[in-house]
Ligand binder design. Structure first.
Ligand code: TRP
Ligand code: ZN
Length: 506
């Protein structure tokens, strides 16, 4: 259920190598030979093109046998068992002691939640680990496990609308028993030689903590991570405290106090050096670069402040209190937009990737998806942000040329034409088409409604749904409201039909 196919990861890589090739300082716009030589994997079977703009409200996939049992899923059409019903998590407090040699963690998860129904039983998502105990409001609870589902029966059932606290003590090697993820990496928590990398999109948070694992349930987080010196720990948010313990370990306390989708939660451990800067608007930037490769990778990261400064002019205020990247000494071939702490492998650090992941802080992180089917709302927006950055740094003509080239090039690759980006299916969630055609969709919208309305749409969208969730229905309604135009046909053609529409005339 949580697997990202190899196909998906390869296309992410291909996309980004195309982008960075094209955004060389001299703005070379032309045939993209290096990308063309990338072998394309066999495409998924053709999708039946009957999709329409979907009804936006997910309905729980299972009806529990007893109405006082929380559902085991949140009704996501691609991942029916992701997340759980019956409650709303407010805060995760994760105290994790990491043994780097044994590749083992000992953890205490304290979860503050609010019941949304009477709950005699409820689920969390978690793979693997030995669970030592589960308590609800200070009383021992019984629990059962079935693959990634952890069902908890509290001693007393919880009435609707009540706050309650779950404490789970567990230990083991993260990810054991969980389905495989990207390339050699697990989707979730990975130990590697000298470090820990956590990349969880879409479902990997359940490889390291018990979680209501769907973007519909955003929450705040405290991470208290203890590791032997001289390892350094970075995580989402702000480093509130660093405690030197008497046994030669250190505890790093990181706090993310804006709501966050679970797949964006991250911890990074290695021999990092911290590099600080700040944007014009005063957002602190703190990046963590592996000391061994700092020199090689630092240069593009120095542009983070100016990129955020620019995005604030087009998208509105930066949605969080801090930002930065963590760069591992690993050859990953991908980057992930983890909230306020973008994770990258050292051979993949360039301006375009940073631009893309920074744009996700507005589109994808501050505004979360309602359902994974709408993934283009994340990837299309972040991809189009690269074009906006080209427009800003190299001028409108360069941006137009880049769009034209991308569009012409896209037509050459029939495999991608088969992906319906408004309903790509879980195996094609991160297909190149979702990125590229997603960006074309926004460009087509811009050409249809004009620049003024278009940028007003982006800013209003970022503002109205910040710290919240939105789906395609919300976006179309907002675009129609601001432009005063009827836009169903445009979105139908770009998102739900196989044929690639022509770009509207300028
Ligand atoms: N969202 C990432 C991007 O486009 C790509 C991605 C999807 C990813 N799933 C991932 C990266 C898992 C790392 C791990 O920026
Ligand atoms: Zn992306």
């Amino acid at each position: 259920m949580r697997q990202i196919s190899r196909f998906a990861s390869l296309t992410v890589l291909a996309l980004l190598s195309l982008a960075c090739f094209c955004v060389a300082p001299c703005a070379y716009i032309g045939p993209v030979a290096p990308f063309l030589s990338t072998p394309m994997p066999t495409p998924a079977p053709a999708v039946v093109v009957e999709t329409r703009i979907p009804d936006d409200t997910p309905t729980p996939a299972d009806t529990p046998e007893d109405s006082s049992y929380g559902a085991s899923g949140l009704g996501d059409s691609y991942y029916p068992l992701m997340g759980n019903g019956g409650y709303d998590v407010q805060h995760y407090d994760l105290a994790i002691v990491v043994d780097m040699e044994r590749e083992h963690i000992d953890s205490v998860a304290t979860i503050d939640a609010l019941s949304t129904q009477n709950l005699a039983r409820f689920n969390l998502d978690l793979w693997g680990f030995d669970i030592e105990s589960v308590q609800v409001d200070g009383q021992d609870a019984t629990f059962e496990r079935d693959q990634g589902e952890l069902s908890i029966t509290p001693a007393d059932s919880i009435p609707e609308g009540e706050p309650f606290t779950i404490v789970i003590i567990y230990s083991g090697k993260p990810g054991e028993g969980a389905p495989p993820g990207l390339l050699d990496l697990l989707e979730g928590w990975n130990f590697y030689e000298g470090g820990v990398l956590v990349a969880g999109e879409p479902g990997g948070a359940d490889t390291w903590f018990p979680v209501n694992n769907h973007p519909l349930d955003k929450a705040t987080y405290t991470f208290r991570v203890t590791v032997a010196e001289p390892y350094v720990v970075a995580a989402n948010g702000v480093l509130e405290e660093e405690i030197a313990n008497t046994d030669g370990t250190r505890t790093y306390v990181w706090v993310m106090d804006d709501p966050m989708a679970s797949y964006l939660s991250t911890i990074a451990i290695s021999n990092f050096e911290r590099v600080d800067s700040t944007t014009k608007s005063g957002i602190p930037i703190r990046s963590y670069l592996d000391a061994d490769i700092r020199r090689e990778v630092e240069e593009p990261t120095t542009r983070i402040p100016e990129i955020i400064d620019y995005f604030e002019t087009v998208f509105g205020p930066y949605p969080f209190d801090e930002c930065g990247v963590v760069i591992h000494e690993l050859d990953l071939g991908f980057a992930l937009e983890n909230q306020t702490l973008i994770v990258m492998g050292y051979q993949f650090v360039n301006e375009d990737v940073i631009v893309h992941e920074l744009a996700h802080q507005w589109f994808g992180n501050s505004i979360s998806l309602k359902s994974w089917q709408d993934i283009w709302l994340n990837e299309g927006f972040a991809t189009y942000a690269s074009t906006l950055w080209i427009e800003h740094t190299q001028g409108a003509q360069a941006a137009q040329a880049y769009m034209d080239m991308s569009y012409e090039y896209f037509k050459e690759i029939p495999e991608h034409a088969m992906v319906i980006i408004g309903d790509p299916g879980p195996d094609n969630l991160f297909d190149w088409a979702v990125y590229e055609r997603g960006a074309f969709t926004l460009h087509a919208l811009r050409l249809t409604v004009g620049d003024e309305a278009f940028f007003q749409i982006l800013r209003t969208y970022a503002d109205r749904y910040h710290d919240d969730n939105a789906g395609i229905v919300d976006f179309i309604a907002l675009a129609e409201e601001i432009s005063g135009q009827e836009l169903d046909d445009l979105f139908q053609a770009w998102l739900y039909e196989q044929a690639l529409p022509p770009m509207p005339e300028q």
